[in-house]
Design a protein around this ligand. Sequence first.
Ligand code: FCB
Length: 464
Amino acid sequence: MKQDRTLINKAITLPATSPLLKNDFIFGVATASFQIEGAADSRLDTIWDTFCATPGKIRDGSDGKTACEHVSHWEEDLRLIRSMGVDAYRFSVSWARVIHADGSVNQQGLDFYIALLDRLNEYAIKPFVTLYHWDLPQYLEDQGGWLNRETAYKFRDYADRVSRAFGDRVHSYATLNEPFCSAYLGYEAGIHAPGHKSRAYGKQAAHHLLLAHGLAMEVLERNAPEALNGIVLNFSPCYPESDSAEDIEAANMADEYFNHWYLQPLLEQRYPDVLEKLPRSEHPPVMPGDMAIIGHKLDYIGINYYTRERYQASASELFEKLEHEQQPLTDMGWEVFPQGLTDLLLDYHQRYLLPPVYITENGAAMVDKLVDGKVDDPERLAYLQSHLQAVDDAAMQGVDVRGYFAWSLMDNFEWAEGYLKRFGIVYVDYESQQRIIKSSGYAYRDFLLQKAEQGAGKQQAGAR
Ligand code: FCB
């Protein structure tokens, strides 16, 4: 771990009255198992191992076998996290590391996470544990994966075993990370594992994922009643290309298809109206009682935000998505559009009875260069600053936002993009496995240290 204060040339700031500066607003960093852990030999294969081994699926032909070698570097990584002054660390458990194919517990795998949790608690860093960040054990995919209703019950059993073993060590559980990506990208568009391409499959997978979530919520409520239990969804708000009624209608349908498809069942126990526009063969396989399970009360909802999308009417489809062209774009080719985060938070706040919100991922891939042992990333810093300001705007207008996590703690395996895209506020030199804090990481740290100092000052003043 390298620390160099000379890199601090720009700062993250928020207005003094910002709700984000309150003592109990949580700031953190986030990662996910497959993207950082490596140590593939000590777990079962997952759908991502299979996908990576399929030629042409990963842009640089890479895989997650070693990644950031977090399993052997975890102690150093936790010291790094602590040095950044965060309140919380969001990470995910690899199902394939903790449960054997016969359903029994892999104690060695569980012990890894228990040691991690104990260390986080010792450091007074709140553990936010995601149970499923896309890495389905391959043996379950061989039985149909998320197309098989049984997988939802297997997930419940996994959640049960893990939450019993973790006891009271966990501050917050998220059942799933971004079921949209698992279902749509994995089973409908085919660009993520397991790589199926079928509209009917997409809806089937989505329904079973949502059911898995609901079943796991029942288990978590019993096993971890003190934890904040919820789910993490990703949203890209949908904007019409013009003011025409057709474009507005297209954007609304896209919004229902990509965003509300996941949120509305959770909060209102029903799929959005766009469902009626789909042929029966593409309807989700809802069984009696499912929607009540899916609609289990949430302690919070995690929202991941990166960019927005623009739509126009289409002659043959429900909507047509437009390419990102408005500058600035990130290295992913995603438009930098902080207003979208404010808009979506306000929109959902008005439409639904939202539970408390945590921004569980937000960040940007940029072309980072290691020069003389340093990485200066002013664009990422500007991205973080503008999006924190966007969260502040929404909070000032009444949205109950309680936390913000930067994606990501460190550069890692970016799914279909392999190691080509760097999202970290810490740079990873994959050859040496050295971690180097980028200038955005220093700015985040300084912002948090200053916030903590001011918070302590306020508390002292209050005590007098
Ligand atoms: C999100 C994923 C996360 C990461 C970021 C860039 O969709 O949850 O793992 O890949 O995108």
